[in-house]
Design a protein around this ligand. Structure first.
Ligand code: CAO
Length: 547
């Protein structure tokens, strides 16, 4: 038995990093390699493990402290052997970082022909999953530009390019597992590489650490920001790798957990608190379903609801198949959609609005303003019309908070956007204060950002009501799922010319199919019918907005 000071090991390029989590306390018995604290820079969060097993005698750091290589983390009364060979731990009791985040990138090189970019030395990581891909063939890539994000249970990190050039071929996709040396991409025309003149030879394999540009290993929050999640209710899941792992194990959707740590960080106790509150919910079985919604949908779950198990079928028995992982966005939005579908007693009212005059006005407005570059869309009018209806029926602009209703006095309207990665819901903020042109322009910009995976979390949060328009595609009616904690959503389909009886004769009118889904805990059927009727009146004569 001996007292050993456990120090912060070599953490790469990170000089001063903040302690954001204490994972042990005095008196705890810990195993070698057990994580002791989490530290975070602006680029990465990482857990610092113990090099020895033993009992924690004294913690030498507190939350918010800044530490660097060699800082003493704690004093340990050892009970066993060091976890790592002495040679690997130069300072007494300093352990290597279990999840090294300052990863060695391949040497910066200049090449004329095609160059292979491979996964550099990523320390202890084996079979790490690619969770994001930032580039596509044809992209011009700079040296050190991030190509992909990989994630283990301890950290997520971005892998940079060792070369500049044009991306000819991408060899990985989201969901692939990669290891050191794996081929990521082939670049061509590396003339733009900013390598030192005394360039190292063209290498494809991982280069020594000394020659390395550090990889920007990002916390999940940063990673998510590149390719944000799908639902507007999602905040930024800002949590350390171990907390994310913990959440995954419990099936807790991190995006819905409110972080109590600094800068809204989600801690382990937040996850526990979230789980407890779900478990203690009035409708316990439903709450349990919400705990692991994606699993219930995809992995044969559902027993929490007393349902028979999901059918397990060997599809290959019946014909050729291909298995593809769901995109990250689909996984997250799927979990939210399932919870909302199960937990909200939702009803949908269908109706039609006569938009003959409005469409004529829209077309003529666009003709008059052809040069402005802004195209006025039907959706912009719908947003404005919905704002008027929300003002008249404020419970549609509310959220449930236990036994109370929160009436929001702002009108932020989300609109569903179809993107290659899945459904996203950007939000037009303060739609009541904006004109049709401004809304149309913002919508165009936000929809483009959504398709490019560039929406910021702020652009996807705070909606008070959502519109899902399939008008550009087709169909008659559908039953959109409410985007909790909102209490209603409007689905819109393609308008068609229809014969409408005007009291004397059938006249051709352009009719827009509306589908309003509402939360029956908050809204009554009569109110929903009135909302739709009012919305229809506005759409058929927009002057009513002024009344
Ligand atoms: N009836 C008839 N035509 C319509 C229409 C409607 N209700 N709404 C739009 N159109 C027309 C537009 O006028 C446009 O025609 P032109 O090109 O001739 O001008 C065409 O359809 C394409 O419109 P758009 O879809 O590009 O534009 P938008 O403003 O209507 O919608 C956006 C933008 C981002 C909402 C849309 O692109 C989108 O992603 N829709 C899918 C939303 C979705 O997936 N919802 C389902 C969610 S639940 O899974």
């Amino acid at each position: 038995m001996a007292l050993v000071e456990i120090k912060v090991p070599d953490i790469g390029d990170f000089s001063e990093v903040a302690v954001i989590e204490l994972l042990v306390k005095p008196g705890d018995t810990i195993a070698a390699e057990q994580s002791l604290i989490t530290v975070e820079s602006d680029k990465a969060s990482m857990e610092i493990p113990s090099s020895h097993a033993g009992v924690v005698k004294e913690l030498k750091v507190a939350l918010g402290d800044k530490v660097a290589e060699g800082s003493i983390v704690l004093v340990l009364e050892t009970t066993g052997e060091a976890a790592v060979p002495a040679a690997a731990a130069p300072a007494p009791a300093a352990a290597p970082v279990a999840a090294p985040v300052a990863v060695a990138a391949p040497a910066v090189t200049v090449a004329a022909g095609p160059v292979e970019v491979r996964v550099p030395d990523i320390g202890d990581f084996k079979d790490v999953a690619v969770i994001e891909v930032f580039v596509k063939p044809g992209d011009s890539v700079k040296v050190e530009q991030s190509l992909i994000t990989v994630e283990s249970d301890k950290a997520s990190m971005e892998i940079p390019s060792s070369h500049a050039g044009v991306l000819k071929e991408l060899k990985v996709k989201v969901g692939d597992k990669v290891n050191i040396g794996d081929l990521l991409a082939i670049l061509e025309g590396a003339a733009g590489a900013t390598a030192p003149a005394a360039a190292t030879p063209v290498v494809a394999a991982p280069a020594p650490v000394a020659a390395a540009a550090p990889v920007a290993a990002t916390v999940t929050a940063n990673a998510v920001a590149h390719n944000p999640t799908a639902t507007p209710a999602l905040g930024l899941p800002h949590a350390s790798p171990s907390v994310r792992k913990f959440a995954r194990e419990l099936g807790v959707p991190l995006a819905e957990v409110k972080g109590s740590g600094p800068k809204g960080r989600i801690t382990q106790s937040d996850i526990q608190g979230f789980t407890k509150s779900v478990m203690a919910g009035a409708i316990q079985t439903l709450a349990q379903a919400a705990k692991a919604p994606a699993a219930a949908a995809n992995n044969g779950g559902g027993s929490e609801l007393g349902l028979i198990p999901w059918p397990k079928v060997d599809f290959a028995k019946f014909g050729p198949i291909e298995r593809k992982e769901l995109s990250r966005i689909k996984k997250i939005s799927g979990a939210n959609l399932l919870r909302n579908a199960i937990m909200i007693p939702a009803v949908t009212n269908h109706d039609d609005a006569d938009i003959t005059d409005l469409e004529a006005f829209r077309v003529s407005t666009n003709k008059e303003n052809e040069k402005s570059g802004v195209k006025v869309t039907m959706l912009a009018f719908l947003i404005k019309a919905c704002v008027a209806a929300l003002k008249k029926f404020p419970e549609f602009n509310s959220s449930l908070d236990g036994d109370a209703l929160i009436y929001k006095q702002y009108y932020h309207i989300g609109f569903a956007a179809d993107t290659p990665n899945g459904l996203m819901v950007p939000v037009i903020k303060d739609a009541d204060k904006k004109g049709i042109f401004q809304i149309s322009q913002e919508m165009g910009e936000l929809a483009k950002k959504a398709r490019d995976g560039k929406l910021s979390p702020a652009e996807m949060t705070g909606a008070t009501f959502t519109i899902s328009s399939l008008g550009g595609i087709g169909g008659r009616y559908f039953t959109p799922i409410i985007n909790a904690p909102e209490v209603a959503i409007l689905g819109v389909c393609k308008s068609t010319m229809e014969p409408v009886w005007d009291g004397k004769q059938f006249v051709p009118r352009l009719m827009l199919p509306l589908s309003l889904t509402w939360d029956h805990r908050v809204i009554d059927g009569a109110a929903a019918a009135r909302f739709n009727v009012y919305l229809g009146q506005i759409l058929s004569d927009f002057r009513r907005v002024l009344l």
